[in-house]
Design a protein around this ligand. Structure first.
Ligand SMILES: Cc1ncc(COP(=O)(O)O)c(C=O)c1O
Length: 428
């Protein structure tokens, strides 16, 4: 703390006081560099964001230049950068048929907007009674009140019950439960079903059976329930395909993006929909309100450049290949570890589920994943702790840049068992 900070009464950066976080003064390749010169391997990509690696001068140059050309313009108006990004997404990235593109500033704004969009669609199509959104246990759809209510992250919902709409939830892996829940609620009351194709923050990369999402899409279509795929974490190559739904050949009615869309270089999220979703809204001239800072033109230019780099360097393919080999190495190294119940995931979205004991399945006291992450950080590696309730209390998510090098992967694979053993020893 400087003497000026002491005089002002500000201790360290976070809004809610807690342990002092790292002071990161530079980001470079797969590394974060701290004020005391430590190099931290960013194997979590921050919060599963940094997909093209840190510190690309080309992106910084576009950010400066585009801000010099166009600063603030109302979100519904066009700018060349907005139109170019929209065109690139429809041409090269989105599942076929998703041609309606709206830009926001992050994942939570985007899932919240997707829920509002589904609601507006049903109302404008003459079905005003269809308002409920079915979510799953576990899941995470962001921290707005609608996102928390539709989400199933027990830890992050805790204490906010009075503020949350009572949306129905089903288990994450049971398509029959979706149909049963629509029937139980009454099909005339259900607007949408929202799901992460691979469950991230609440599940540590839970991957469904191959027939799950095709069945979900069929059930939703049959009941006029919009299928919202929340690809905030899984999108833009993270699972080794453009979007995770591509693994199963499914096109949702609404897809939500964020995180990797701009690789961490800009605050971007988005909602992408079939024309059939937006047409009733346009026909009734309903004002689907924007966010003041949605679609910032310079942010769109940055996202466009990040996606262009991913195309030029074939990084989605690299995510698939490097992810498959990292998963194999982790399974070799940790598959029999007494505190690792599962090694799973797709592409470079990999999860390790952590337990006190595999058989019978018991957990450490809450906070074990965070303790392992702290041990890894002390050894120079950042991984993203997650979980938070039944069925996954503790897990680690690995989401490194798609450009991560072999020697950096060696470091990650070496540090993980050390961190788990150290945290387990401290907890026992
Ligand atoms: C699937 C999913 N949806 C929504 C969000 C919220 O995104 P943000 O933190 O950018 O608001 C997250 C963040 O982790 C996420 O993983």
């Amino acid at each position: 703390m400087t003497s000026e900070q002491a005089r002002l009464g500000v201790a360290h950066y976070p809004f809610i006081p807690g342990p002092a976080p790292l002071m990161v003064v530079r980001t470079e390749g797969s590394h974060l560099i701290t004020d005391d010169g430590r190099r931290v391997l960013d194997a979590g990509g921050g919060a599963i964001v940094a997909n093209i690696g840190h510190g690309r001068p080309e992106v910084a140059e576009v950010a400066g230049r585009s801000l010099g050309e166009v600063d603030y313009v109302l979100p519904p108006w066009a700018t060349p950068a907005r139109v170019a990004l929209r065109d690139r997404l429809v041409r090269s990235w989105l599942p076929e048929g998703l041609t309606q593109v709206g830009f926001l500033s992050g994942g939570s704004e985007s899932t919240d907007s997707a829920i509002r969009l589904a609601h507006a669609h049903q109302r404008c199509a003459g079905r005003p009674g269809k308002w409920k959104v079915i979510g799953r246990w576990p899941s995470y759809h962001g921290v707005t009140l609608a996102g928390l209510a539709a989400g199933g992250h027990a830890g992050r919902r805790a204490g906010y019950d009075a503020l949350l709409l009572d949306f129905p939830h089903i288990p994450w892996d049971d398509a029959d439960a979706l149909e049963a829940m629509i029937e139980a609620q009454g099909p005339d009351t259900v607007a949408a079903f929202i799901a992460e194709p691979v469950i991230g923050a609440s599940g540590g990369a839970l991957v469904p059976e191959d027939d799950y999402f095709p069945r979900v899409a069929e059930i939703c279509a049959r009941y006029d329930v919009l299928f919202i795929a929340d690809e905030v974490m899984t999108g833009f190559g993270r699972t080794g395909r453009n979007f995770a739904v591509d693994h199963w050949g499914v096109v949702p009615d609404i897809l939500v993006g964020g995180k990797g869309m701009a690789g961490g270089y800009a605050a971007m999220g988005g909602i992408y929909a079939k024309p059939s979703v937006t047409e009733p809204i346009a026909a009734t001239a309903h004002n689907f309100m924007f966010f003041t800072f949605g679609a910032q033109s310079a942010h769109c230019a940055v996202a466009d450049t990040v996606l262009e780099i991913m195309e030029r360097e074939d990084l989605v393919e690299r995510s698939a290949k490097v992810g498959a080999s990292l998963k194999e190495r982790l399974a070799d190294r940790l598959g029999d570890h007494p505190h690792v119940a599962a090694v799973r995931g797709l592409g470079l979205m990999l999860g390790l589920e952590l337990v006190r004991q595999r058989e019978p399945h018991t957990w450490f006291p809450p906070g074990f994943a965070a303790a392992v992450a702290a041990e890894a950080l002390a050894r120079g590696v950042w991984v993203y702790p997650c979980g938070g309730g039944d069925p996954v209390q503790d897990a680690l998510l690995l989401g490194p840049p798609f450009t991560i090098r072999d020697d950096e992967l060696d470091t990650l694979v070496d540090v993980l068992p050390q961190a788990i053993d150290a945290a387990a020893a401290a907890a026992s």
